[in-house]
Design a protein around this ligand. Structure first.
Ligand SMILES: O=C(O)C(=O)C[C@@H](O)[C@H](O)[C@H](O)COP(=O)(O)O
Length: 356
């Protein structure tokens, strides 16, 4: 097991990474949370539950009150309804301020469980136990949220976990589209921050099935380090944290307008990143080698086209509601060059022309 420290202005916490860590969740918690935890609520989804819930529960056998709440897998579960029902469940089971929430799953579970933890009795501790590649991004840095029909992650908080316990073995059960979803966020970290990492990915990762063992740990540690560096400097997105939103302005619009869960988050981010590269080239008159990036994405099986049923007008309308927008002016993260990002206001005309 290896340990990275995540440092933000509000909190420092460890991220443990290694094989079979789901079996050690209890052990890690008893070392970490010295004060007594009265009860634990594990929030997970149906797919993850069938694979890993028993292992995690077994690891927690020293705790007397362990409850589980299982949501359907998929983005549609980051809903007010589930949020409301979990709060009710927690109250009925008698959770109190010394209770702990464990988010066992991917980004959806982490965001929802984290938001429940952030708001239950004004905040109780939670621990992220990611089981997807995408969650290497979402489990770090404390963004927790649910979706609103008018926009993705619109109701949420910055609320840091007590720890992240990342079992790389769980990645091996991911279907192809989930690899793709998570890998887009890995690529994003290269684009916005670390050109060398991006080149390393191009050379070392030709297909997802090879990402296991040491290679998985190496890739994850590097990608997590980018995220950790950014959130260390700017926890609450007053400045450079917005760079992590590269590709997300269009991606969130696509997800919102298609309907949550109709496309995975990362696959939408891949489309959004290609679009942001086009806008960047137009804005900075630079050459970001888009044709090559597109081929590279297609090699991994990304569908790089904006879904044809979405019109430019509805995407622009959704992009105006993005959290980076100010007074209805759309802001996007653009690249001056790979590894050098900026947040830039873009005109609707410019977007319309590029959206086609
Ligand atoms: O942690 C961040 O900051 C990010 O922007 C990471 C994104 O990859 C992630 O999808 C995030 O949840 C999007 O946040 P939002 O604030 O734009 O909803």
């Amino acid at each position: 097991m290896e340990k990275l420290m995540i440092e933000t202005s509000s909190k420092q916490y460890p991220l443990f990474i290694g094989e079979d860590l789901r079996l050690e969740v209890g052990k890690v918690l008893s070392k970490l949370l010295k004060s007594t935890v009265t009860s634990i609520l594990i929030i997970t989804d149906d797919k993850v539950a069938s694979l890993y819930l028993d292992d995690v529960k077994t690891s927690l056998d020293e705790y007397k009150h362990v409850y589980e709440y299982i949501i359907p897998s998929g983005e549609a579960s980051k809903s007010f309804q589930n949020y409301y029902e979990i709060q009710g469940f927690a109250l009925e089971k008698g959770l109190d301020r010394r209770s702990l929430i464990i988010a066992l799953g991917g980004g959806v579970v982490g965001d929802l469980a984290g938001f429940v933890a952030a708001t239950f009795m004004r905040g109780i501790p939670f621990v992220q136990v990611p089981t997807t590649l995408l969650a290497h991004d979402s489990s770090v840095g404390g963004k927790v949220a649910i979706n609103h029909p008018l926009g993705k992650n619109m109701v949420g908080a910055f609320y840091q976990p007590e720890a992240v316990i990342y079992d790389t073995t769980t990645l091996q059960s991911l279907p192809e589209h989930e690899w793709r979803s998570g890998f887009a966020e890995v690529i994003k970290h290269g684009f916005i921050w670390d050109k060398e990492f991006l080149e390393w990915l191009k050379i070392n990762i030709d297909c997802f099935s090879k990402i296991n063992g040491q290679l998985a740990t190496q890739l994850l540690k590097r990608s997590i380090s980018v995220k950790a560096e950014v959130v260390k400097e700017d926890e609450t997105e007053k400045g450079i944290r917005a760079y992590l939103n590269f590709g997300h302005t269009l991606a969130h619009a696509i997800e919102t307008k298609l309907g949550y869960g109709k496309i995975t988050h990362g696959e939408a981010v891949a489309i959004g990143m290609l679009f942001a590269l086009k806008v960047s080239e137009q804005y900075y008159k630079n050459n970001l080698d888009i044709a090559h990036v597109k081929d590279w994405f297609e090699k991994y099986g990304y569908d790089v086209q904006i879904p044809s049923q979405l019109t430019a007008e509805e995407l622009i309308e959704a992009m105006k509601k993005d959290k980076k927008s100010e007074e209805g002016i759309i802001k996007m993260v653009l690249l001056q060059e790979v590894g050098n990002s900026k947040v830039v206001s873009v005109s609707e005309e410019q977007l319309r022309a590029l959206l086609g």
